[in-house]
Design a protein around this ligand. Structure first.
Ligand code: PGA
Length: 271
């Protein structure tokens, strides 16, 4: 993350909370209200650092009503979407429905979808296209497992997921894409990749985006790091040049902890 001469960030940082299968529709509303109050009390400037939550599908209507009714500046997204727009796809959720519910973002290819639901790069590429068809910004998740990391193949593995995930996208669309680098071995394990590891991969992803699209487009794409991020580790990761935000799982379920991650600039000054 770098700042321009007037002190604003070149790319607006995105702090994203992935609730996974936690917080039902009642708990979700209570949680979001508390989060909004906490950020308000702290004087958080949403125009400086964007906050998004990714609740379960069944929470989205309530979240939308709260965000609209109370004029919250928090945005939200779905945790997945169907590659199809409508039809006989039992259990699937169309990007069109997410768009109608006011979603800004949608996660695509979270490692839990890739492993538990065997989602392939080809299907994920269709989902990326489906997201754009419905005016949703895809947050494409990529990252290697432990064996690949130990064998030293993590950069190539991750870039291959990236290339396949964005295949067929036009540069004009790709500029607002978000890519989340989440090493699978760091998700929910307490193991955090060091700031240097996050930067190494994010720099490689940005360079690859420059090759796939062009350097101007690559410079606009926001790159997130995810994997056991906590308030204590967020600032040092976000200080890295090519890291423009974080995707937070476990710590996004604790209001104070998540709010502290959103307010990472405070820690930049003191640590
Ligand atoms: P974690 O999850 O922060 O609990 O490791 C991150 C994620 O899966 O997006």
């Amino acid at each position: 993350m770098t700042t321009s001469t007037n002190g604003t960030f070149d790319r607006r940082p995105l702090i994203a909370g992935n609730w996974k299968m936690n917080l039902d529709h009642v708990q979700g509303i209570t949680f979001l209200q508390k989060l909004a109050w906490t950020l308000d009390d702290a004087g958080h400037d949403h125009s400086r650092v964007e906050v998004s939550v990714f609740p379960p599908f069944t929470d989205l209507r309530g979240v939308q009503t709260l965000v609209k009714g109370d004029d919250l500046e928090v945005v939200f997204g779905g945790q997945d979407l169907s590659p199809k727009d409508s039809g006989a796809y039992t259990g699937d959720i169309s990007g069109q429905f997410l768009n109608r519910l006011g979603c800004t973002y949608v996660l695509v290819g979270h490692s839990e979808r890739r492993t538990i639901h065997s989602e392939t790069d080809e299907v994920l590429n269709e989902k990326v296209h489906a997201a754009y068809r419905h005016n949703l910004v895809p947050v494409l998740c990529v990252g290697e497992g432990l064996e690949v990391r130990q064998a030293g193949g993590h950069v190539e593995h991750t870039l291959e997921q990236l290339r396949r995930g964005v295949a067929g996208l036009e540069s004009a669309r790709a500029a607002d894409l978000v890519v989340a680098y989440e090493p699978v071995w760091a998700i929910g394990t307490g193991e955090v990749a060091g700031p240097g590891d996050a930067q190494e991969m994010c720099a490689a992803i940005r360079a690859e985006l420059g090759t796939i699209f062009d350097t101007e487009t690559a410079a606009k794409v926001r790159l997130l790091y995810g994997g056991s991020v906590k308030a204590a580790s967020a600032a040092s990761i976000l200080r890295e040049r090519d890291v423009d935000g974080v995707l937070v799982g476990g710590a996004s379920l604790d209001v104070a902890e998540f709010a502290s991650i959103v307010r990472f600039e405070q820690h930049l000054v003191t640590d």
